[in-house]
Design a protein around this ligand. Structure first.
Ligand code: NA7
Length: 536
């Protein structure tokens, strides 16, 4: 029998965004429930358990800013946090703030329908303990930006007789020691997993479609003096994040690359290379690598030179060196290129010899070779942003579904609300700031909570509705489209513009105006009484 539950706010997803949303809504005094398909909290960090999984944001910023006491007291061991440590941190926050009592796991939202009569969302959920319809005034979707797994569409994939594993669904019992391992995908995930497993596998072959630029992360244990320094300057650190463009705690240079002499350029690139961190390399030495082609090519030359120095075998080095621009999500690593100096690690250039098909014993490439494998890892990423939403039936006003609303590409006003979907909010939706995720997620949730507080405050009787107008939504998308003009990121095909999914038209999925300007814009929206929302 289907149960019915009436609550004020329903949160879907118990990752970084769902946890903070649940915290805020419960502290607002609303009745709240949070569900997740997983068996515990963590979101991305619950699912991505592959060896070497880590954040590439400095540890002191890969956490919530709002628990000041916790910032100064909770331990972390390295400059970058590994997945098990992040998961533990999230579990700790949930326990510390007693949020588990609002949460239910192994429960999936299957549909959500706006009910015009009641002014509520009717949300259908299923779990092992039966089906439930939740009637909620506010629906907060925190399904994750990178959660719908993308499997490559390669003939014969399912015929593979060995272990076939996607990095985002890593089985804990998988043993790779001594095995012949192949991997498809060398993005941020692929490079991490390859670096971690190279020393333990029998052989590792990277089937590489597009080579990647990566710089050292500078991963190392955290010294006491460093932690003390962070603790005493934490307020300033967060202030600088909120007033920055990318929110990674690295300096953001305005210096023009081509105004420096060749020697100065070399020195500036070397300094950020030595300090480590992909975002530092891209944004701290010079301020125009993502907008000026000539400047960008200087950075490419520098990194290619490093690859030549690091990779001893010229054949491997030639395959590993990208030829296109340095204009994807910047990567950093803990010795990625160096693993190719090992005899048990090789790279196959799929541009020269594409994969023909997968056969039970391995991968067959166009040159007729069958690469024998015991295990095949697919590190092929996600159907980012819209992927998580398109598989659900979310129906707003007049029976219009989110699929219809997003037919020409995903869109959300300020990344948080869609026209025709009253009182529905999205965390880390389309057109959010292209910046460090934890501060972005917090910023968006703070905006969502301001909307909900406003609705709760301004209407005492009847349904409390916050519904963004079509006009405001369109203006936001137009702004995002204008901001992306001139960015070199548009020249490379990646998940950032939805181009990693075959057949998908590119769309502007991020707000490239920077975190500070997003926050200033949110402040204006709030202080002007939410002009983008239709008043009833
Ligand atoms: P990404 O960044 O989307 O990388 C996926 C990788 O998989 C990339 O190297 C792709 O090559 C490769 N790929 C995808 N499909 C294929 C096929 N069919 N054949 C060969 N190679 C393929 O995913 P990640 O998980 O690494 O990272 C996603 C984000 O998660 C990351 O930015 C972090 O923020 C966390 P391509 O470049 O498309 O040629």
């Amino acid at each position: 029998m289907t149960r019915h539950i009436d609550i004020d706010a329903f949160v879907v997803g118990a990752g970084v965004g769902g946890i903070y949303s649940t915290y805020r809504l419960s502290r607002m005094g609303l009745s709240v429930k949070c569900i997740d398909m997983a068996s515990d909290v963590g979101g991305t960090w619950y699912w991505n358990r592959y060896p070497g999984a880590m954040s590439d944001t400095e540890s002191y910023l890969y956490r919530y800013s709002w628990d000041k006491d916790d910032l100064r007291t909770y331990p972390w061991t390295h400059h970058y946090v590994y997945q098990p440590e992040i998961l533990k941190y999230l579990q700790h926050i949930v326990a510390k703030h007693d949020l588990r009592k609002y949460m239910q796991f192994e429960t999936e939202m299957t549909s959500a329908t706006w009910n015009e009569d009641t002014g509520r969302w009717d949300v259908a959920c299923c779990s092992g303990s039966g089906d439930v319809i939740v009637h909620a005034r506010y629906l907060v979707n925190s399904l994750g930006l990178l959660s719908k797994v993308n499997y490559p569409n390669i003939p014969g994939l399912s015929s593979f007789a060995g272990d076939l594993v996607h990095t985002a669904r890593w089985p804990e019992e998988l043993k790779l020691e001594g095995k012949k391992v192949g991997i498809i995908g060398n993005g941020s995930t692929g490079t991490q997993v390859m670096t971690a497993i190279a020393p333990i596998v029998g052989s590792l072959t990277s089937f590489q479609r597009s080579p990647q630029y990566s710089v050292p992360s500078g991963q190392r244990p955290v010294a006491k003096e460093y932690r003390d320094r962070v603790n005493t300057t934490y307020d300033q650190i967060w202030d600088s994040v909120w007033s920055s463009t990318i929110g990674f705690g690295v300096p953001e240079s305005k210096r023009k690359t081509m105004e420096a002499t060749p020697e100065e350029r070399q020195q500036a690139f070397q300094e950020v290379w030595d300090q480590g961190n992909g975002f530092r390399f891209m944004f701290s030495a010079f301020g125009d690598l993502t907008t000026d082609k000539q400047a960008n090519e200087e950075a490419c030359k520098f990194i290619r030179g490093k690859i030549d120095e690091m990779v001893k075998d010229p054949r491997k080095a030639a395959i590993l060196k990208p030829k296109d621009l340095y204009a994807r999500r910047p990567l950093c690593d803990t010795g990625y290129y160096e693993i190719f100096n090992r005899e048990n690690v090789d790279v196959v250039d799929l541009q020269a010899t594409p994969i023909e098909k997968i056969v039970p014993e391995g991968i067959q490439t166009a040159d007729g070779t069958t690469h024998q494998l015991d295990a095949l890892i697919v590190a092929t990423g996600f159907d980012a942003i819209q992927g998580s939403y398109m598989r659900l039936k979310i129906t707003g006003r007049r029976g219009r579904t989110i699929e219809e609303h997003w037919a020409k590409g995903p869109k959300a006003f300020g990344s948080i609300a869609c026209a025709g979907f009253p009182n529905m909010f999205i965390v880390a939706g389309p057109q959010g700031p292209f910046a460090n995720f934890p501060p972005v997620i917090e910023s968006e949730i703070n905006f969502i909570m301001a909307c909900i507080e406003y609705a709760e405050r301004t209407t005492t009787a009847g349904p409390r509705i916050m519904e963004v107008s079509n006009k405001a939504e369109t203006e936001w998308i137009d702004l995002c489209n204008r901001l992306v003009e001139g960015s070199l990121f548009t020249s490379t095909a990646s998940w950032i513009f939805g181009q990693n999914i075959p057949g998908r038209k590119p769309s502007t999925n991020f707000y490239f105006g920077g975190l500070k300007s997003y926050l200033d814009w949110v402040k204006d929206q709030i202080s002007n009484g939410f002009p983008a929302f239709i008043s009833e």
